[in-house]
Write a protein that binds this ligand. Structure first.
Ligand code: NAD
Length: 316
């Protein structure tokens, strides 16, 4: 079912995951338009060859630009879970109303070009899991952070509006993504945070007891998930995209410390409201329906990634 798209728009394409995705689309000789307000993303993150539009997806004029492509990847969002209580209005505005804005533009465009929309959702839509077991897409949807609520509302809007207007939509629930090019912020991306802090001789803080599990998935595999969903997903489908296995935050700290030859013990800080205890992807559906298989196991790729993160100059 290769749909043979020639034009794509990536909202949030100047960000971490978006810029990797854009690079792959360009490699496939597609014409790519990036929409990004550069609130987090950076202009020089946008791969050469993509058309760049600086603007906010909430602006109807900007959202209308997305409606000119055959394929839309909607990634623009405010991502930090931890700051999600403080910035609840901004998060909901960007993540929910921003998605509605893109949908309206696509659905009401005079000439309907968009055939498929892929939405970057998150593991944050799931209820808290009390055991470190992989969660299937059918697991309870009961987000414990406003960020998770905003992602769930947005994915529901995407599926509903697209079904009603005859656009193929697909939701990818991404797990903890790591890899080169993630902007450094104290709130998002624990691999980047630990690596940068250890390299600078600072002591990273582990929130809670550090025995919480996370599914760390390399950005290359996230891109693979998007590419497979672009070509093969059945309309209305929802897929977890992760590595399929979990690592505790303590183990993560140890692995990164080993790579950097860092000796100090971690600091422990109180657990943070809104963060789930365990989060591991069951990737069976993506494997069966899309042929998705993670190619980069954390244990094997951690050394390269930590060096990439520490060596790169991204966002610091
Ligand atoms: P990111 O912050 O690097 O990318 C988001 C981009 O969106 C940024 O470049 C930002 O400038 C842009 N943006 C924000 N608000 C905008 C607006 N109103 N209009 C236009 N552009 C706007 O984050 P990322 O990690 O690359 O995340 C990409 C997507 O994947 C997000 O939707 C996020 O919710 C989702 N996701 C990420 C992870 C992860 O671990 N990184 C996990 C699950 C889901």
């Amino acid at each position: 079912m290769d749909m043979n798209f020639k034009t794509a728009c990536v909202t949030g394409g100047a960000g971490f995951i978006g810029s990797h995705l854009v690079r792959e689309l360009l490699r496939r000789s597609m014409h790519v338009t990036v929409i990004d307000d550069l609130s987090v993303g950076r202009r020089d993150n946008v791969p050469a060859g993509a058309e760049f539009v600086h603007g906010d997806v909430l602006d109807p004029q900007i959202a209308r630009i997305a409606a000119r492509s055959e394929l839309v990847f909607h990634l623009a969002a405010r991502v930090a879970i931890r700051s999600s209580f403080e910035f609840i209005t901004e998060d909901v505005t960007t993540n929910v109303v921003g998605t509605a804005s893109v949908l309206r533009a696509i659905a009401t465009a005079p000439e309907r070009r968009v055939r498929r929309l892929l939405f970057a959702s998150s593991m944050a839509v799931y209820a808290d899991a009390d055991a470190p077991v992989p969660l299937a897409e059918t697991f309870r949807l009961e987000p414990i952070s406003p960020y998770g609520v905003s992602k769930l509302a947005a994915e529901r809007l995407v599926l509903q509006v697209c079904a009603q207007t005859g656009i193929d939509a697909c939701v990818l629930r991404l797990f903890n993504t790591y890899g080169p090019g993630q902007a450094y912020s104290p709130y998002v991306g624990v691999v980047t945070i630990f690596s940068r802090q250890m390299a600078a001789g600072e002591r990273p803080a582990i929130f809670g007891d550090g025995l919480q599990c996370r599914d760390f998935v390399h950005v290359d595999d996230i891109v693979q998930g998007f590419m497979r969903a672009m070509a093969r997903a059945r309309p209305g489908a929802v897929f977890n995209i992760g590595s399929g296995s979990g690592l505790t935050v303590r183990e993560l700290h140890e692995r990164i410390a080993d790579v950097l030859g860092y000796r100090a013990a971690p600091l422990f800080a109180p657990a943070v409201a809104g963060e789930v205890r365990h989060s591991i992807a069951d990737i069976g559906r993506a494997a069966r329906e899309l042929g998705y298989q993670p190619t980069r196991r954390f244990q094997e790729s951690v050394a390269d990634v930590v060096r990439e993160v520490v060596g790169g100059n991204h966002g610091h």
